[in-house]
Design a protein around this ligand. Sequence first.
Ligand code: PLP
Length: 491
Amino acid sequence: MALDQSKTPYVDALLAYRDRDYVAFHTPGHKHGKGAPTKLREALGMPLLQVDVAMAGGVEDTRESTALVRAAEDLAAAAWGADRCFFLVNGSTSGVHALVLALTGPGERVIVPRNSHKSILAGLIFSGAMPCYVEPAIDPEWGIPLNIDTTQAMRALKAHSDATAFFVTSPTYNGFGADLASIANAVHGAGMPFIVDQAWGPHLRFCSHLPIDAMSAGADAAVTSTHKLISGITQSSVLLANSQRLSLERLEGIVKLTQSTSPQVLIYASIDAARAQMATHGEELWSTAVELADWARAQLRELVGVRCLGAELLERPGVASFDRTRLTISGCELGHTGYQLETILRDDYRIAVEAADPLNVVLNVTYGDTMDDMRTLFAALKDYSARFAAAGAGDDAACRRLLLQMPGFTRQVLTPRDAFFARSRPLPLARCVGHVSAEIVTPYPPGIPVLGPGEEISAEIVAYLSEGAAMDLKVHGPEDLTLGTLRVVVD
Ligand SMILES: Cc1ncc(COP(=O)(O)O)c(C=O)c1O
């Protein structure tokens, strides 16, 4: 029988707990806010502190709490089309850790895209598995990674037929979806579980104007960050899984092993409420958001020197779908990097963006936005365009300079775990050729690692990093962010 998706058992239990007005002899120490410092009360407010308790509904009874969480998770599983859902309190990061641990062991192979979030690498370090990378294309104009295509997936399956799982990240940060259904088919044909990092797609399933979601496309499991684009509070996420190719019991054990034993009830409650909102009103809420984003994109594209990415990249290999609610905007033609445009929008127009890279800023449009917000955004960029175009502010050469041709993956000499725990030392970059990296080095753009722990360092990589260092390329990961040295494995 279909579950009633308007129900919010977890939120209701939390409110009932608050209304019973217990004298609290349990965690946390601020005791419903009564003992909280004034500044904390001011920042969070008493209503929030009053429901910051250990386990909603069954605060004095763990069995009651467990049943309550399960009821809320079952509703979420049905809403997202999975056999089982686990609420997560440490973001999709923790779901990826759990999935990698559940599906791979020491020395086993796992196929992963090169543009994976770093949580995959942490999972590999925990599990000791060996990554086999599939490299997505990078769009030369926008400097952003696209997605992997079915041909690449099939090639990887053939080359690593002993792999224990196949991971894909879809959609990407900029909203590009892989052809999930066709990749799922190929992966299942090879007898492997297909796992999707859908951190940026918690909304997809709930609106017909958005790309297909992972579970509908045949994924065996997915993580999806309810805090990123729907109403879950920060750190909330869900892990969705089907039982056909995964042991849900083993997965549950690992989720429990890797999550906090004191999950934040407000995070759980927000997932419960966000799921109900999506399941009952997702279609209309997101249809409106899509219209708002489409309106903004069309308007922004009329402005001199301002570019806004749209569905045109759908023709590229590896791009099967595009989430139109993501706005990737560039002011490069007016001589501004994404970081500069972010600062201008924030300081001159009080507009806060989601992220900036050397070329672009990225904005999320959701059902929380209004036409007024879109008009404010357009007015700001219109003014920006007029100011800097009139001043003859420059050209895009300074930004484009950052689009270095990235060298390819070399070879994985050690597992990430062996390299991570090996004895290592910093070595001047110029002398690193032929050594094995002990650390990860991810340049932005394009946000894809050029080196991971256990990978051989080639002359091309050293040349690329030297050139990048000379022009202040932003990198994440290495101890020495100036790239004067890299940490390499000793022996
Ligand atoms: C593709 C991808 N996967 C996983 C994560 C981690 O998600 P969370 O912040 O919910 O832990 C992110 C975060 O930005 C991401 O972009």
